[in-house]
Design a protein around this ligand. Structure first.
Ligand SMILES: [Zn+2]
Length: 66
């Protein structure tokens, strides 16, 4: 199980990126929202889609979940 966060600031493509704890691309704390602890980024992205319109997995830590 890993901790997942979402970047509340949208990318240039209008997406909110989901990150794993410890990712090198994690944004500053002020822009982060904690999603929860999940077995995989698939669940994390699914959860985030309930709150954000366009969610994608970060290419570094969660690329298989975009
Ligand atoms: Zn990441």
């Amino acid at each position: 199980m890993k901790l997942y966060y979402i970047d509340t600031e949208k990318t240039l493509f209008g997406e909110n990126e989901v990150h794993e704890e410890g990712c090198h691309r994690l944004p500053k704390k002020e822009k982060l929202e904690y999603l929860g602890t999940f077995a995989s980024c698939h669940t994390a992205v699914k959860m985030a889609r309930g709150q954000f319109e366009d969610v994608t997995g970060c290419y570094l830590c969660s690329c298989h979940c975009s």
